[in-house]
Design a protein around this ligand. Structure first.
Ligand code: PLA
Length: 465
């Protein structure tokens, strides 16, 4: 029976289910044979064709999923799939931000291998973690972010829970906003990491953009940013990239961060940091956390999502955290309890392996130093290819174009300024895989490939309009 497959479309609802059906009717038009979704246009089902209950009953060969249309490939992770399918010898994957060695191979940090063998020797068990994650990890991650002696830590004003890497931590924070700040808007930079919009859409949190990138100067549109943050409704959440802004690679200066904090404070906004690259951008954990610490030092309440995908190369372990800094320890305890309540029905409790890796490395001074050295090495390799790419562009491009913006960008990405058609040319003609916004991941580039990439960029820039 169709009704057993689609309980919402039951022809004769029991009185117990009637009231919830009434509620559902607000969202679903159940009055006819066709079940049409009245969801906002950003919802993935919004583009699904309506489908008939009758035809499902009559024709056994028609899939119940007939109404589900093909989703487009992800603009970032989809690039890796296309790359894999290409057989060309010179192909380069500069799409996803994943660190590669000079030989363009994935890299597992030596310190990670070392700590994993210690963990194996110890025979740690695989029991469930508590909902909030591994206590030693939560302590270590908050201390890495704020500094162990930060008053927010000393006064126990931070609610920290382990998340499913940066993405899962952002998603949990979005769920908290949706539940406890209904209608509050999140301001995101234009442009931003593509998944930010998906995260807030899926959590049903309204968002709008603030100006950030100025294509004319290939730099920060600071005036635009400040005036858009000022113009937003009081009490909005302002999403900021802690360091190494993705995709532009352009960060505010320390003086500009102070001014951003001024407006946020004036407008009673809540800063919400995405810290996906701590230590990976500059090579220093402290330098890359300076923006977050500046806001915390002002006594502001703030949210910070963290990720260990890049700085520890733990991409697939899905290890990160969400931290909520509150004005009192009491508020932090309550916020933490609600974060746990949100996590429990979503994924119950987080995975243990990555949390143990982080906790064991940070908790052991020798291993911690090894990690810092490897992080510096990775950040250094990226800086070297950035320089070599710039040098190659200057030598090869005879047009006089100023490529120095590449050297001003920070982190693993370069925002080349190439348009969509030019980016298509990079892929179709040169087999250089990148996102269509003109972003390239320098972490996927080797010194040996810089000249080839420079040829591809120069051709695409000058010959494709
Ligand atoms: N926040 C920002 C700003 C990011 O760039 C990324 C990853 C994340 C959060 C989430 O990473 P995590 O869930 O693995 O911790 N951005 C990548 C990968 C590197 C991706 O899109 O998922 C990127 O290529 O942009």
């Amino acid at each position: 029976m169709a009704s057993s497959v689609l309980p919402l479309a039951s022809a004769s609802p029991s009185s117990a289910s009637r009231s919830s059906l009434e509620n559902n009717k607000k969202k679903l038009n159940l009055g006819s044979n066709s079940l049409s979704f009245d969801l906002d246009k950003n919802h993935p089902f919004a583009k699904a064709k309506s489908f008939s209950r009758i035809s499902m009953v009559a024709s056994v060969n028609v899939s119940r999923f007939e109404g589900i249309t093909m989703a487009p490939p992800d603009p970032i992770l989809g690039v890796s799939e296309a790359f894999k399918a290409d057989t060309h010898g010179n192909k380069l994957n500069l799409g996803v931000g994943a660190y590669r060695t000079e030989e363009l191979q994935p890299y597992v940090l030596d310190v990670v291998k070392k700590v994993e063998s210690l963990m194996l020797e110890r025979g740690d068990n695989k029991e469930y973690l508590p909902i909030e994650g591994l206590a030693a990890f939560n302590k270590a991650t908050a201390e890495l972010l704020f500094g162990a002696n930060n008053p927010v830590i000393k006064q126990q004003r931070v609610a920290t829970i382990q998340g499913l890497s940066g993405t899962g931590s952002l998603r949990l924070a979005a769920a908290l906003i949706e539940r406890y700040f209904p209608g509050a808007k999140v301001l995101i930079s234009s442009p931003t990491w593509g998944n930010h919009k998906n995260i807030f859409n899926d959590a049903r949190v309204p968002w709008s953009e603030y100006r950030y990138y100025d294509p004319k100067t290939v730099g920060l549109d600071f005036e635009g940013m400040i005036s858009d943050i000022k113009a937003a409704p009081e009490g909005s959440f302002v999403l900021l990239h802690g360091c190494a802004h993705n995709p532009t690679g352009i960060d505010p200066t320390p003086e500009q961060w102070e001014k951003i904090a001024d407006v946020i404070q004036e407008k009673n906004h809540i800063p919400f940091f995405d810290v996906a690259y701590q230590g990976f951008a500059s090579g220093s954990l402290d330098a890359d956390a300076a923006s977050v610490r500046l806001f915390a030092a002002r006594g502001l309440e703030l949210l910070v999502a963290q990720s260990y995908s890049k700085n520890l190369g733990l991409y697939a372990e899905r290890i990160g955290a969400i931290n909520v800094v509150c004005t009192s320890a009491d508020a932090a305890t309550r916020v933490k309890s609600q974060l746990k309540r949100l996590a429990r029905p979503m994924y119950s409790n987080p995975p243990v392996h990555g949390a143990r890796i982080v906790a064991n490395i940070v908790g052991d001074p020798a291993l911690f130093n090894e990690w810092k050295a490897e992080m510096e090495m990775m950040a250094g390799r990226i800086k070297n290819v950035r320089q070599k790419l710039y040098d190659s562009l200057c030598v090869k491009d005879k047009s006089g174009k100023d490529w120095s913006f590449i050297l001003k960008q920070i982190g693993m990405f370069s925002f080349t300024g190439l348009s969509k058609v030019q980016s298509d040319n990079m892929t179709d003609k040169w087999h250089v895989y990148m996102t269509k916004d003109g972003r390239i991941s320098l972490a996927g580039l080797s010194l040996a490939k810089c000249e080839y990439l420079a040829d591809a960029i120069i051709d695409s820039f000058h010959n494709v309009r």
